[in-house]
Design a protein around this ligand. Structure first.
Ligand SMILES: Cc1cc2nc3c(=O)[nH]c(=O)nc-3n(C[C@H](O)[C@H](O)[C@H](O)COP(=O)(O)O)c2cc1C
Length: 215
C-alpha cells in the first residue's frame, strides 16, 4: 500500500504534528508499505500535494487543534483541494491531535471531516484522535518518545486496516472528559504558566483584565 501523508500544521516540520508523523510512519512502514510526506506550510508544494493526493488511494491529513478548530492554513488548503479530481476510490483519513489532555472537538470535528470528504468527492477513512501533544517539542526527547510511542502501533493498525475505524481507534483517544478535580489543578498550572509568559512578554495588565467591560 502507498499513502500520502500531509502535515496540516502551519508549523510544518518544526511542530508536534511532525513528531507524530515520524512515529506513526515507523509502525506504518514495518511491513514494507510506502508513503510520501508533505507539509502544507510549504505553499510552493501545494500543486504537487494535490497531484499526489489525486493519484493515491490513501491520504492521511495530520493536524493540530487550533482554537478548537482546524488551523486556518489547512482550511485554505482544503479550499484549494475543491478543484481536485478525486473519486470514491481515493480515501482520506485524518489524525487530529490537541494540546489539551482531552481532545476538544472530539465528536464535532469528526462530523465536519466526514462532510468535508463528501464535499471533496472522496471516501472517508475515519479520524484518529488524541490529546496531550502540547509539550512534545519542549520536553526531554526520551519522554516525548514515550508519549508518542502509541502512534507507532496505530501506524501498524492503519497499514493493516487502511482506515481509522474500530475499537482500537476509540480506545486510542483515551479519556473523553476531565474530572472536575483535575480541571482545577490544570487551571491552576495554566494560570502559573500564563502569568510567567505574560511577565516575560512584559505584559502591563493582569490576565483577567477585560478592556471590553468598561462602563
Ligand atoms: C494558535 C494555537 C491555538 C491552539 N488552540 C488549541 C485548542 O483550542 N485546543 C487544544 O487542545 N490545543 C490548542 N493548541 C495546542 C496545539 O493543538 C498543540 O500545541 C499541538 O501540538 C500543535 O501542533 P503543531 O506543533 O504541529 O502545530 C493551540 C496551539 C496554537 C499555537
Amino acid at each position: 500500500m502507498h499513502t500520502v501523508i500531509v502535515n496540516g500544521s502551519p508549523r510544518g516540520e518544526h511542530g508536534n504534528s511532525q513528531i507524530i508523523i515520524n512515529k506513526f510512519s515507523e509502525g506504518y512502514s514495518i511491513n514494507g508499505d510506502t508513503y510520501q510526506q508533505f507539509c502544507i506550510s510549504e505553499k510552493k508544494d501545494w500543486e504537487q500535494i494535490k497531484a499526489s493526493i489525486e493519484k493515491s488511494k490513501n491520504t492521511i491529513v495530520v493536524f493540530p487543534l487550533y482554537a478548537e478548530l482546524l488551523p486556518g492554513t489547512l482550511l485554505e488548503f482544503f479550499d484549494y483541494l475543491c478543484h481536485t479530481k478525486l473519486s470514491p476510490e481515493n480515501t482520506m483519513s485524518f489524525i487530529l491531535h490537541s494540546g489539551n489532555l482531552v481532545a476538544g472537538m472530539r465528536g464535532c470535528c469528526s462530523e465536519y471531516l466526514k462532510q468535508l470528504t463528501k464535499h471533496l468527492n472522496c471516501s472517508f477513512g475515519g479520524v484518529l484522535i488524541r490529546g496531550n501533544s502540547f509539550f512534545y517539542s519542549n520536553i526531554d526527547p526520551k519522554r516525548t518518545d514515550e508519549l508518542v510511542e502509541p502512534y507507532a502501533e496505530m501506524g501498524k493498525y492503519f497499514s493493516e486496516n487502511k482506515s481509522f475505524f474500530g475499537n482500537a481507534v476509540i480506545e486510542f483517544a483515551g479519556p473523553t472528559e476531565v474530572k472536575a478535580s483535575d480541571a482545577r489543578v490544570i487551571n491552576r498550572i495554566c494560570k502559573i504558566l500564563m502569568t510567567e509568559f505574560a511577565e516575560k512578554a512584559n505584559c502591563k495588565f493582569p490576565l483577567d483584565y477585560k478592556p471590553y467591560d468598561v462602563e
